[in-house]
Design a protein around this ligand. Structure first.
Ligand code: FAD
Length: 502
């Protein structure tokens, strides 16, 4: 009764896709989730008359292309049919100060190039050459996903891929002689990855940027909780089982060091394969030390945790038109240089404000609107040992500081219109996701620890026999698409291994 083919630990969007993928192939699947709800980050919450999106600003990669790994094809394979709204504007990016700018950048290949040219006359060709690198990069990534890393084929068939693979986004933009101001605007999305462009792998950045540009940012009509529920329905439709309020406290191994099960609520569940949607650090904490290969421990110690956030969710008593709010997504920076923005992250370096009503007018009651502030925090920034009173003060201070700055920058007044306010911090995310330091995005994707390095190391000596990983901490880094793609790929890998009796 407690014997399964596959156990998935954690019902984040990565875990849900992985579980549905193996259940679809007829394998007996159990998903264990510590909360009473599915979704992890992909959820919503209600305060008063507002239902707030907890995480999703915009989903990228909902393309109609036939790529095996696109979000659309993953959903289609699982029969998940959630209608998504597509936004025509990528973002408005405002940089304060002497060398500042205020530009609205449109989505779609031509719209993007046209609006870059409007913002920085003369930049079109160099921006286009940056952008066009993605075709070959995509092909090379597909090749690697299907065949592993074969340096000879990569050298001969995917020369541009090899040329940019180990460089930072900044180095590639410099090499293509993109004007400085255009580089700053092009770099705006670095804030979604938490690594400034001088240290951010060019492939990683380009993949994300082009996915947003080409497929347009999208979002579900009923918050990301709708996506999570649709995935649960898919899993259950394929005969998979999901148990909530079931925190996995222990991974269990046989004498050969192979994972054979987990313990949740004091009960032992057996499986042939275990997929972890929880960060490796937490698998190690829940395993006998001897079961974790030395290389895996070494790797975990060498890696840096990625960013987390302070977030402010506002329910306002007036419509966006009444308040003079005009944009869906505004990135506000204090300096054009992403390194400087990163260093000044506690002092308005870079933050993002979204007004969902611009995209989905009825996402809050008539005559109201919501704002969602996202402010980057790195591990170690968040003060330790705050008393409950100090914690309250910390949250009030953050909220007041950033709301005031937003009002001043945008020339609007929101403070007097706040009907509901919720402030989340790394402590909130640590509590809900159980990640170290409240990390949302797994490990920082920088220097040696980038997508390519991670794919290369995936099945190396750091592999724990019988344990597979998917989600924001996996090889593709953070974000909904990464969670879906790693969920699907890991699910398929497990299916193949089970079929081959591996
Ligand atoms: C404020 C915010 C804004 C974001 N904005 C965007 C955005 O605009 N676009 C984008 O693409 N991405 C965004 N993200 C990132 C995106 O939400 C995540 O990368 C993605 O949802 C991670 O999915 P995951 O599969 O890694 O699982 P997680 O969401 O990390 O879920 C893990 C699950 O595991 C469960 N769990 C943990 N420990 C245990 C245990 N021991 N036993 C059982 N269950 C356990 C947790 O309860 C949770 O349900 C944002 C995230 C946040 C927080």
């Amino acid at each position: 009764m407690n014997q399964f083919d596959v156990i998935v630990v954690g019902a984040g969007n990565g875990g849900l896709v992985a579980a549905a993928t193996v259940a679809k192939e007829g394998f007996k699947t159990l998903l264990l989730e510590k909360h009473n709800l599915p979704g992890g980050c992909a959820t919503s919450f209600v305060r008063g008359r507002f239902e707030f999106e907890a995480a999703l600003h915009e989903l990228c990669g909902d393309s109609t292309c036939e790529k095996h790994e696109s979000v659309r094809t993953i959903f289609e394979r699982l029969g998940v049919d959630v209608k998504l709204y597509h936004e025509d504007t990528l973002f408005r990016t405002i940089c304060k100060g002497e060398n500042g700018y205020d530009a609205v950048i449109r989505a779609g290949y031509d719209g993007f190039l046209d609006s870059m040219e409007e913002a920085v006359p003369g930049c079109r060709e160099s921006v286009k050459s940056f952008f066009d690198l993605i075709g070959e990069i995509d092909d090379a990534q597909t090749f690697m996903n299907e065949n592993g890393i074969n340096p000879m084929v990569l050298y001969t068939k995917y020369g541009n891929f090899m040329r940019v693979a180990s460089h930072s986004a900044k180095e590639v933009m410099d090499a293509l002689e993109i004007p400085e101001k255009a580089q700053s605007i092009l770099s705006t999305y670095w804030g979604y990855l938490g690594v400034p462009v001088d240290n951010l792998n060019a492939l990683h950045y380009l993949s994300m940027l082009t996915a947003y540009v080409k497929a347009k940012p999208s979002m579900p009509y009923h918050r990301s909780h709708e996506l999570s529920l649709a995935l649960v329905r898919a899993l259950q439709g394929f005969g998979g089982e999901i148990l909530y309020n079931s925190e996995v406290t222990r991974f269990v191994y046989n004498a050969k060091g192979e994972a054979i099960g987990v313990i949740a609520n004091g009960k032992l569940y057996y499986a042939k394969k275990i997929i972890s949607n929880i960060i490796p650090n937490n698998v190690f904490n829940r395993s006998n030390r001897s079961a974790i290969p030395a290389a895996a421990r070494k790797l975990a110690n060498a890696r840096k945790l990625g960013m987390t956030f302070n977030t402010i969710y506002l329910g306002l008593d007036s419509s966006m038109e009444e308040l003079g709010i005009t944009d869906y997504s505004v990135f506000i920076a204090s300096d054009p240089d992403s390194r400087k923005q990163f260093d000044d992250r506690g002092e308005y370096g870079m933050y993002v404000v979204n007004c969902m009503n611009k995209a989905l007018p009825d996402s809050s009651p008539k005559g109201t609107c919501t704002l969602f502030f996202t402010i980057m925090v790195m591990p170690g920034d968040f003060p330790e040992d705050l008393t409950p009173q100090e914690y309250k003060k910390y949250k009030n201070k953050i909220a007041e500081k950033y709301i005031r700055d937003y009002e001043k920058t945008m020339g609007v007044s929101v403070m007097d219109h706040i009907e509901e306010i919720v402030v989340a911090t790394p402590a909130t995310f640590a509590r809900y996701l159980a990640t170290p330091d409240g990390a949302i995005y797994g490990y920082a994707s920088e220097t040696w620890d980038n997508i390519i390095g991670r794919i290369a190391m995936k099945d190396g000596e750091n592999k724990i026999p019988g344990v597979y990983f998917c989600g924001g901490h996996a090889e593709r880094g953070d974000g909904y698409p990464s969670a879906y793609i790693t969920g699907a790929m890991t699910g398929e890998e497990v299916v193949n291994d089970l079929r081959r009796g591996k």
